[in-house]
Design a protein around this ligand. Sequence first.
Ligand code: MEV
Length: 325
Amino acid sequence: MQRADAQPFSTFPAAPPATGSAPGKVILLGEHGVVYGYPALACAIPRFTRVQCEWYDGPNVLVSPFLQQGAVIPLVSPSASAPAALFHFLFHHFQVPTENVRVRVDGDLPVGRGLGSSASLSVAAIRAVSAFVQRPISPEALLELGLEAEKHFHGTPSGLDHTTVVFEGVLLFQQGRPPRRIVSPAPFELVVLDSGGERQTGAMVAGVRERLKASPALIQSLLESIREDVEQAVIALESGDLNALGQRMNHNQLQLQALGVSTPRLEALVTLAREAGALGAKLSGAGGGGVVVALALTGAHRVLEAAREAGVPAFSVRVNAPAGS
Ligand code: MEV
């Protein structure tokens, strides 16, 4: 990764504040397989991380009640905190001096739930820092730097999360290929149900890797079966067959269970959503905790109501809805 090659940026006299934001995402099908080069289908959601860089009289700091209660984290040396390490890396990349910059992070995207918060923070941070130093960044460079940045959160990201967060909409992603935008003729709603436990990306990805080593034939056949479901889900989505999409999501949940990344709590939320009328429901993201995503044609309110009655935090998003609806 090349560093920005212009003259080192000077924050004195005071540079104007700059902001960057990026959405979160859910994975409709294909998490984990995507790490091994298989395709996955993901959808950006209108929940955002916002980053602001501003001039400040002191050594560089990160201020984020959002990431860590009341935290003011120094940014002058490498840090054990992943968000601080991310900004340290970006400041080095953009040749930002070690003082006079305060970074603020906030937003409405829940953190650590499998909703792409690390990719969202990485992309929002790159947008804010590049705007602050007045070095516009191309979409290609944003993707490349975004992948490097996300490595501060887990070692081997496939690129699915930050690509979805950069391009938005519904995307078919496969490593080494340009992402393909998927448009459904039928609008639909997704309900996101929070299991209350943190998703465990690093541990879950490592667990699947170990199982692949221990039982290659079994895991390989599961990954092939996930590929088949992702491909069929794309056909279903493009033809507006949401029942078929829901069935593929349900099948994908069985595969994720067999990969060892589901939990009894996630299974309970999947059942809750299906019993409330969801066409399909599955965990979304790395698993081990995090969220369940449920597909609802128009009955999102029934799933939301069932979640509310069970005390489960949930929200819904509309996909491909006509403007103003
Ligand atoms: C995490 O949101 C999705 C995984 O497939 C990991 C990755 O794609 O980097 C589990």
